[in-house]
Design a protein around this ligand. Structure first.
Ligand code: NAD
Length: 326
C-alpha cells in the first residue's frame, strides 16, 4: 500500500466538497480519483483536488488503484457505487442515509459482512465528545425517554431534496442524524408510529414532501421517544435532542450537538461540540483502512442500514396509518 491512502470519490456535490476540505487536513490520505453522473461536477472536484476523473464507479474502482472509496450520492442514487466497491473488495465510506430500498440495503449489508469489509457511514455526531460522555453515563443509568427533532425552512438548493421519492423525505434524509443518535443511546428501535402534516407549504416547485412528520418509537430497552422533522418552518429552525434517564437529563442542541447534562444532586456539566467533525470522522476511516483496525469507526455500513430502516419504516407507517414493527 502506498504511503498515503489513495481515495476515490463517487459523487462530487456539496457534501463531497466538505469531505474534500476535511481530507486535506487528514493525515496520510489523498484524493486521487473522482466520478460523478454530472461530468462538470467531477471536473470541478478534479480541479480542486488534483484527482483524475473516471467515467463510472466501475471504472474508478477497477482502474484507479484506490485503497478505498467514499460514496457521496443522493439517497435515490445508491446501487452502482456500492456494488462496484464490493466487486473490487474495496473498503468504503458512505454518506447517510444509505439508500431508499430496504431490499438493497439488506443485500449490501450482508455482502459487507460476508466479505468482512471495512465500512463507515457519515453519522458524524457519534464522534462528538458530548455524545461519548452521555454514553458513559447511560451505561450505568439507562435512557427512558427522548424528544427531539430537526426543523427549518425549505431548502431550495437540491431539486432531488424536495422530491420525497428521491430523498425519502426529510425525516429519512436529515432527521436520520437524530434517529441515529437516539439508536446510539437507546439501542435498537422495535416499533414506529408516524403522523404527518401536509398541504401548508405551497408554491415550491417539485415539492412532494410532508410539511412536518412526528414519529413515536419504542426501543428494545423499553424506552420511548418522539422524534420530528419539518421543512416548513421558514422563520427559523431548531435541532435538538432531549433525553432523560432516572437520574440524569441530557439536552443536545444544534448541529454541533453541544450538551448540557443535569444530574440529581450535582452541578450541571456542559460540553461544547467540537469544530472539524468531518476531519475526525474521515481520519477514523483512513486509519482503519491503513491499519485494518476498525475500532475507531463509530458507524459501520450494517449499522447505518439499521438507522435508515427506522425512517423507512416511519414512511411505511405514514402510508398505512398503522404502527410498523422493525
Ligand atoms: N453528513 C451530513 O451532515 C451531510 C450533509 C449534507 C449531505 N449529506 C448527504 O450526502 C448525500 C449527497 O448530498 P449532497 O448535498 O452532496 O448532494 P448534491 O446534489 O450536492 O451532490 C450529489 C452529487 O451526486 C451526483 N450523482 C447523482 N447520482 C449519481 C450516480 N449514480 N453516480 C455518481 N454520481 C451521482 C450528482 O451529480 C451530484 O454531483 C445525501 O445523501 C445527503 O443526505 C450528508
Amino acid at each position: 500500500m502506498a504511503d498515503n491512502i489513495r481515495l476515490g470519490f463517487i459523487g462530487t456535490g456539496g457534501i463531497a466538497r466538505a469531505h474534500a476540505d476535511a481530507i486535506l487536513t487528514v493525515t496520510g490520505a489523498e484524493i486521487v480519483a473522482v466520478t460523478d453522473a454530472n461530468p462538470e461536477a467531477a471536473a470541478a472536484m478534479a480541479e480542486k483536488t488534483g484527482a483524475t476523473v473516471f467515467e463510472s464507479a466501475t471504472a474508478l474502482t477497477q482502474d484507479a488503484g484506490v485503497d478505498a472509496v467514499l460514496i457521496f450520492v443522493p439517497p435515490f442514487a445508491h446501487g452502482d457505487a456500492e456494488r462496484a466497491a464490493l466487486s473490487a473488495n474495496l473498503p468504503f465510506f458512505c454518506e447517510k442515509p444509505v439508500g431508499l430500498d430496504p431490499g438493497f440495503l439488506h443485500e449490501i449489508a450482508t455482502e459487507v459482512e460476508n466479505l468482512g469489509l471495512i465500512t463507515s457511514v457519515g453519522y458524524m455526531t457519534r464522534y462528538r465528545q458530548s455524545v461519548q460522555r452521555v454514553r458513559e453515563i447511560i451505561a450505568e443509568d439507562p435512557p427512558i425517554m427522548a424528544f427531539g427533532g430537526w426543523w427549518g425552512g425549505t431548502p431550495g438548493h437540491h431539486p432531488w431534496w424536495t422530491d420525497k421519492s428521491k430523498s425519502g423525505g426529510q425525516f429519512h434524509e436529515q432527521a436520520t442524524h437524530t434517529v441515529d443518535l437516539a439508536r446510539y443511546l437507546f439501542g435498537e428501535v422495535v416499533e414506529v408510529y408516524a403522523a404527518a402534516a401536509n398541504g401548508f407549504n405551497k408554491g415550491v416547485p417539485g415539492y412532494t414532501m410532508d410539511d412536518a412528520v412526528t414519529v413515536a418509537m419504542k426501543f428494545a430497552n423499553g424506552g420511548v421517544a418522539n422524534l420530528m422533522a419539518s421543512c416548513s418552518s421558514n422563520a427559523g429552525g431548531s435541532l435538538f435532542l432531549d433525553v432523560h434517564s432516572l437520574n440524569h437529563n441530557f439536552h443536545f442542541s444544534e448541529w454541533n450537538h453541544d450538551v448540557l447534562i443535569k444530574a440529581r444532586g450535582a452541578e450541571p456539566e456542559s460540553i461544547k461540540g467540537e469544530e472539524g467533525i468531518f476531519t475526525i470522522e474521515d481520519q477514523a476511516f483512513v486509519d482503519a483502512v491503513r491499519t485494518g483496525d476498525r475500532s475507531g469507526i463509530r458507524s459501520s455500513y450494517p449499522d447505518g442500514v439499521k438507522s435508515a430502516l427506522v425512517s423507512l419504516a416511519s414512511n411505511r407507517s405514514l402510508e398505512t396509518g398503522k404502527p410498523v414493527s422493525l
